[in-house]
Design a protein around this ligand. Structure first.
Ligand code: AMP
Ligand code: MG
Length: 421
């Protein structure tokens, strides 16, 4: 079993020349992008998935009072025996929302339910499984700790404490957390407006018949899904034919209504010159070669005031460049704090073919092996047109640029799809 494959190709340096690594591209993009300004106030339920634009300071203690973490008996620790047993008199019951009125005196206990206020005088809760109830008394043994099963006021969040910072994306848990603070609405960044269109004379929209040499435009659907999950507004401009006038018009129109413009197709070597000319007249666009597979060609820049990402046309490349490059960049634009994508290291169940030179984002299936350990399998054919392979996959297998073929049993990094967008 080899854990670190060696570079196998002496031509590596040649292949890498003129290419940007994914991280270099991300760095350049991030430097060029300033997060959008503008915010809106939303009722809590409507804020799911949005990026917080204010600091949230807790206006109260949570929990608001010392309360019981168990169903049992509230007692004074001083009454508990070091050894043997003690019998205490049960003087009442405390329910959640219905506190026991009164003060516990020595020798007394109060029957208490989870979440109920700890009665005055009590400092400890003995869980009911450790108590023997006998009529109006309860028998308790030794070995208990002062304060056990008591949840302290402010233990979760204390009044005045900063609990959420600007840039935090609000997940279901944050909705609950904000509700526990009594916060009914929050200030979030406005939605990012993203225009998408596909370029290519061979593309047909759904509902149109396919002629010879024509295919359905699938990229707009993938992009629509990816952007929906990110919570952006989407302006779908359809398919634009490979004509100077049409492309120029589409870019001009999109740049007037959107913050970001994402296209697919037309940036590969064969077509770049053509799109390049058109875009040079309209804005500032760089055509990069990214050392990633699938992917490689990527246009980035500005068209008027809009940020422009020109993705390659192959469907798998669209998905991979979106996940690895566009998605973190859009999050940055939306004002979201940067968090590194989750990647974990597992063994590959089979040999993976790879040529040195570019960072590979192979599609994999992460599953638990017979021995209980997680392993990754290849999701099958890795061509950048094989979208069915992506559908079967649940992760990227991220292989460093300099690696060659990877032997079965090698530790590799995987990046699960779920939860990324
Ligand atoms: P291009 O980058 O325009 O050279 O396209 C590369 C490959 O991706 C070609 O096989 C195209 O037909 C295909 N392609 C481009 N755009 C789309 C699209 N929107 N949906 C599906 N396939 C596409
Ligand atoms: Mg094309």
């Amino acid at each position: 079993m080899t854990d670190v494959p060696k570079p196998q190709d002496p031509c590596l340096a040649t292949e890498k020349r003129g290419m940007l690594s994914v991280d270099e591209a991300l760095g350049r993009i991030r430097t060029a992008l300033v997060p959008i300004t503008g915010f809106e106030c939303l009722a809590l339920r409507n804020a799911l998935g949005r990026v917080l634009a204010e600091e949230i300071t807790s206006p109260l203690d949570v929990p608001g009072y010392d309360n019981s973490g168990m169903d049992g008996y509230a007692v004074r620790a001083a009454d508990l025996p070091e050894e043997g047993e003690v019998t205490l008199t049960v003087v009442g019951t405390a329910f959640a929302g219905q506190p026991f009125q009164g003060e516990l005196r020595p020798g007394q206990a109060v029957r208490i339910m989870t979440g109920a206020v700890i009665p005055g005088g009590a400092d400890t809760v003995i869980m009911q499984e450790a108590a023997v109830r006998e009529g109006e008394t309860v028998r308790l043994g030794a070995g208990h700790k002062r304060g056990e099963n008591v949840r302290r006021a402010g233990e979760d969040m204390a009044r005045g404490e900063v609990v959420l910072s600007p840039g935090k994306r609000l997940n279901p848990v944050e909705l609950g957390l904000l509700a526990s603070l009594g916060v009914p609405e929050v200030k979030v960044s406005r939605r990012l407006r993203v225009a998408i269109f596909s370029t290519g004379d061979e593309l047909r929209s759904l509902g149109q018949p396919l002629g010879e040499g024509q295919i359905y435009d699938s990229n707009r659907y993938t992009l629509h899904g990816l952007l929906s999950r990110l919570g952006t507004e989407i302006i779908d401009m359809g398919v634009i034919p490979d004509q100077r006038e049409a492309i120029s018009e589409a870019f001009t129109m999109a740049s007037q209504v959107a913050d970001v413009l994402i296209t697919s197709g037309g940036v590969s070597v064969g077509e770049a010159d053509y799109v390049k000319e058109t875009l040079e007249a309209l804005g500032q666009v760089d055509f990069w070669k990214i050392a990633m597979k699938p992917g490689k060609p990527l246009a980035f820049g500005r068209v008027s005031d809009a940020v422009f990402f020109g993705l390659p046309g192959n469907p798998v490349s669209v998905m991979a460049t979106f996940y690895q490059v566009v998605q973190p960049s859009l999050r940055h634009l939306m004002g979201q704090s940067v968090t590194e994508a989750l990647r974990i290291t597992v063994r590959t169940a089979e040999r993976l073919k790879k040529s040195p030179g570019r960072q590979d984002f192979q599609r994999g299936i992460l599953e638990r092996g017979a021995d209980g350990e997680w392993v990754v399998h290849s999701a099958g054919r890795q061509g950048s047109h094989v979208l069915s392979g992506v559908s079967r996959a649940n992760c990227f297998i991220v292989l460093p640029a300099e690696w060659g073929d990877v032997e079965a049993g090698t530790l590799v990094e995987v990046q699960p799809f779920e939860g990324l967008v």
